[in-house]
Write a protein of this length. Structure first.
Length: 150
């Protein structure tokens, strides 16, 4: 099993970064809320944070078997080559590189597991959702409509 690195023994780079990291939430993030509101306005009904599925997808359309993840750009490694280079020059680079790489491997495992169970997985980046939640919701609706209901 792939374990993410531990914070134990590490010091925060600053009080500001420590406060910022503590403020991160696992559920009901801004991108999730924006997307859920846009989906609701389109008349789409869903379940959220389904614990029984691999990765606990943020939004689930059970009948269509579509699982949606709203991935944070930092935590899930968006534009990884550039981010990796920046992190390599920052505070605690060994920890952060290992942490985000472990997150990306976990994302891949969860996506693969869901697909093997017959689910279609949609992974969305937080910045894209924030930029235009309506367009992203319409994309999700198109994915759902294109999927034959079992």
């Amino acid at each position: 099993m792939d374990q993410a690195p531990s914070f134990k023994g590490l010091q925060a780079a600053s009080e500001t970064s420590s406060r910022t990291k503590r403020a991160n939430t696992r559920y009901d993030t801004v991108p999730e809320l924006l997307l859920r509101r846009a989906l609701w306005r389109l008349g789409l009904r869903y379940r959220k944070n389904v614990n029984s599925l691999p990765g606990k997808p943020d939004i689930v359309f059970s009948r269509a078997k579509v699982a949606v993840f709203c991935d944070g750009d930092f935590w899930h490694g968006r534009n990884w080559p550039v981010r990796r280079a920046k992190l390599s020059n920052g505070t605690n680079p060994e920890y952060w590189l290992a942490k985000i790489e472990a997150n990306m491997r976990r994302d891949l495992r969860n996506t693969t597991a869901l697909e093997q169970m017959g689910w279609q997985v949609v992974r969305l980046w937080e910045t894209d959702i924030k930029r235009d939640p309506q367009a992203i919701a319409e994309y999700v609706r198109a994915v759902i409509r294109a999927k034959p209901v079992a």
